[in-house]
Design a protein around this ligand. Structure first.
Ligand SMILES: Cc1cc2nc3c(=O)[nH]c(=O)nc-3n(C[C@H](O)[C@H](O)[C@H](O)COP(=O)(O)O)c2cc1C
Length: 337
């Protein structure tokens, strides 16, 4: 197996054993209850339309995997679940299929989920090595609706043979946005994002930003563990690296009304997701909790989990008097110190 597929396999194993946090940064946000909601619970509408797809709720399955036979089975199941529950998804990094086109099948989920909102995925730094046509082919070959480019400088620094030359990545993003005919979303993979980076991205014309905060997994630690102890001690010095989802959202929410804002990182409940929407996100995504539930309990349990998250979102909307997802943006909150 080649190095990229190998990495994805190791990361999957380590990510499954990585502990879930017990307290999320959004738990410190308290939404102001509306005791006179003036709406009928049954009519609370969690649906949202994004890039010509209507989702039953503003939820995505975050980019996770691809490039191995095991990943193919995971991607197909995630896509089936997204289809059944009416949410969107992204495949994991498609770098493996650029290196070995025979791996395309591990990402081709359209056959099981013809109508879902679907994103392609690759590292922004990786795009420097490929032509615009090759990057666009990642989207067209799996009939996706757009592409997510991930920003992972600190993961690359700790990764064996990581790509650490980030010079020119912002220019490459700008160039891709102007030359490919699909929406481009740029994302953090777990260290959050602040307003300076977000503004620089908005200036490139990016269609969306996903700000995965550090409430989820720490890729520095994962790569430290993968280095057979060689870099683990250094990695552990970076245990607290990054901004939480709450800190990122509070910094980034005002950036641009035209840019889609996605919140990711450690979200496991519809209440946390609703709080992310109150803080300005239009969508939230679930990564590791979806993967963990699927692998340890199976497809039916994952469907149940997503339906539970959707119901928690609907109940929260009722509790704050929001009959639509858009109205959540007007809800007041306080921050516990
Ligand atoms: C096993 C695993 C593999 C991942 N692979 C990718 C990837 O290929 N591309 C990407 O943009 N993000 C990737 N991520 C990051 C997730 O999309 C997400 O941003 C992160 O895990 C935080 O969200 P969570 O706490 O809900 O998992 C991966 C995460 C996990 C757990």
């Amino acid at each position: 197996m080649d190095e990229t597929s190998d990495s994805k396999k190791d990361q999957l194993k380590l990510a499954l054993n990585y502990p879930f946090i017990t307290s999320h940064s959004l738990d410190k946000i308290r939404l102001i209850p509306e005791l006179l909601p003036d709406i009928n619970f049954e009519e609370v509408d969690t649906s949202i339309t994004i890039f010509n797809h209507t989702l039953s709720a503003p939820i995505l399955i975050a980019p996770l995997t691809g490039g191995t036979p095991e990943a193919e089975s995971i991607n197909m199941t995630l896509a089936r679940v997204a289809h059944v529950t009416g949410i969107g998804m992204s495949v994991g990094s498609q770098k493996a299929m650029l290196e070995n086109p025979n791996l395309l099948y591990t990402y081709q989920v359209r056959k099981v989920a013809p109508g879902i909102l679907l994103f392609s995925n690759i590292g922004a730094v990786d795009t420097k090595d490929y032509s615009n046509e090759e990057i666009e082919s990642l989207i067209t070959n799996i009939q996706a609706d757009g592409i997510m480019l991930h920003l992972n400088p600190m993961q690359e620094v700790f990764q064996k043979n990581g790509k650490t030359n980030f010079a020119g990545v912002i220019d490459r993003i700008r160039e891709l946005i102007s030359s490919i005919s699909y929406p481009v979303i740029v994302r953090s993979i777990g260290c959050g994002m602040d307003a300076v980076t977000a503004k620089r991205l908005v200036q490139t014309g990016v269609h969306g930003i996903d700000i995965a905060g550090n409430d989820g997994i720490n890729w520095i630690i994962i790569e430290g563990e993968r280095s057979n102890g060689e870099k683990l001690a250094i990695a552990e010095s970076f245990n607290e690296w990054g901004l939480s989802l709450r800190e990122s959202l509070l910094r980034v929410k005002e950036i641009s009304s035209r840019t889609l804002l996605i919140a990711t990182g450690g979200i496991t409940t519809g209440l946390q997701g609703a709080k992310a929407l109150v803080l300005g996100a239009q969508l939230f995504s679930i990564g590791r909790i979806a993967l963990h539930t699927l692998i340890t309990e199976g497809e039916k349990s994952l469907i149940k989990l997503i339906e539970k998250i959707k119901l928690e979102l609907k109940i929260t909307m009722f509790g704050v008097g929001a009959s639509t997802v858009k109205e959540l943006h007007k809800v007041s909150y306080i921050i516990d110190e």
